[in-house]
Design a protein around this ligand. Structure first.
Ligand SMILES: [Zn+2]
Length: 375
């Protein structure tokens, strides 16, 4: 049984750019098989997924995570190569150090240690790992869960090792996430010579007031668990590049991060109401990346709080902030979902890193959660 640090180093050394797995799942499967997990590789198209389970009885606690990482950005901007893990001043550097190979390593060593101490534990432990969390998220966790539901699996608890901590390990856990809705809007005008504006209709001018209305609209006030819904424009484009042409169309891309106080349908209706009020000629395409979810706090979040308190001496803030994660696929199954992992300050950045001391503490936290639920 090697340490969490050794396993994290092994995983970070594997160049698993999404949707590649680079052997991470096989390495983890070998470790789990050695403690009597039954493992199944469920690959869909170019995505690798691992389902590993130990035990037949309820309750089932699933450790969920991903082995893929985001691109490195310019290699020469890294202090040390991103796939050559290196330790400097108490921090382990490399792509995936925070998101989320340290979390994976801690889950594995926590399960190993727990099983060593409690070989006849109650319930069941499983791992669901995918190489498609940073990509489109179609052939990963969502697909595996469809398969598992069909074969009669029921997930009671899901612990996701995504980096949720803000300043110190365990200061924040997540029990839900905001929804994400994307819109692509085209506003039509009439193109023409800028000196003959009477015979044109300028879509930039037409859209000025509706844009102001959308930006100043209060979509909701949020609630105890969610920040207010946020509307952000990511791209706006119009013009043919010449100084003397009124453009014929304006294109806008925007995103909502939304709370449980509204719905995707309500947001779409409100946007279109604003556009119609200003008599715009437009087309709009919508893409829902995920609905907001909130899981009821129960035994898992209690166990997580107690474990953080025991290992680190403080309790975590309970949050729903940040981007989407695969936790959203577990919530509709009725599982209690908690996300708890390393400090996220450097995730997706150059010189991504994790505090070395946090690795064994995270493993100890996960192990204590298993003890609370299954010992
Ligand atoms: Zn992640």
């Amino acid at each position: 049984m090697s340490s969490t640090l050794d396993l994290a180093i092994d995983l970070i050394g594997r160049q698993s750019l999404t949707p590649n797995d680079a052997g991470c799942q096989t390495a983890i499967a070998e470790r789990l098989k050695a403690c009597d997990f039954k493992t199944e590789h469920l690959d869909f198209e170019d995505v690798h997924n691992l389902w590993a389970k130990r035990g037949e009885h309820a309750p089932l606690i699933v450790f969920a995570g991903h082995t893929d990482v985001v691109p490195t950005g310019p290699l020469d901007a890294w202090q040390t190569p991103p796939f050559t893990p290196s330790i400097r001043d108490g921090y382990l550097y490399g792509r995936g150090a925070a998101d989320m190979k340290s979390g994976l390593a801690a889950m594995v060593t926590a399960a190993e240690q727990f099983i060593k101490n409690h070989p006849n534990h109650q319930g069941s432990i499983a791992f669901l790992l995918t190489s498609d969390e940073e990509g489109p998220g179609i052939n990963g966790t969502a697909r595996v869960l469809q398969h598992l539901v069909k074969s009669g699996e029921h997930v009671d608890y899901c612990l996701v090792g995504e980096p949720t901590s803000v300043e110190r390990l365990g200061d924040t856990i997540k029990i839900g996430r905001r929804g994400s809705l994307n819109g692509t809007l085209t506003v039509y005008g009439v193109q023409g010579h800028i000196a003959y504006a009477d015979s044109t209709s300028n879509p930039i001018h037409l859209f000025a007031q509706p844009l102001a209305d959308l930006c100043s609209h209060k979509w909701d006030h949020g609630n105890e668990f969610f920040q207010p819904t946020s509307f952000q424009v990511s791209n706006i484009r119009a013009g043919v590049g010449a100084t003397n042409v009124v453009p014929g169309a304006l294109e806008l891309m925007f995103n909502f991060r939304f709370s449980t106080e509204t719905t995707a349908e309500k947001l779409k209706e409100t946007v279109e109401e604003v556009l119609r009020k200003h008599h715009l000629d437009y087309t709009i395409d919508w893409a829902l990346s995920g609905n907001p979810f909130l899981t009821p706090t129960g035994k898992l979040s209690e166990a997580a709080q107690a474990a953080i308190k025991a290992v680190r001496g403080y309790t975590a803030e309970v949050s729903t902030s940040g981007g989407t994660s695969d936790a959203r696929f577990f919530a509709p199954l009725g599982a209690e979902v908690v996300e708890l992992g390393p400090v996220n300050a450097t995730m997706h950045k150059l010189d991504e890193n994790v505090n070395v001391d946090d690795l064994s503490d995270l493993s100890a936290i996960y192990e204590k959660i298993l003890v609370s639920l299954l010992a």
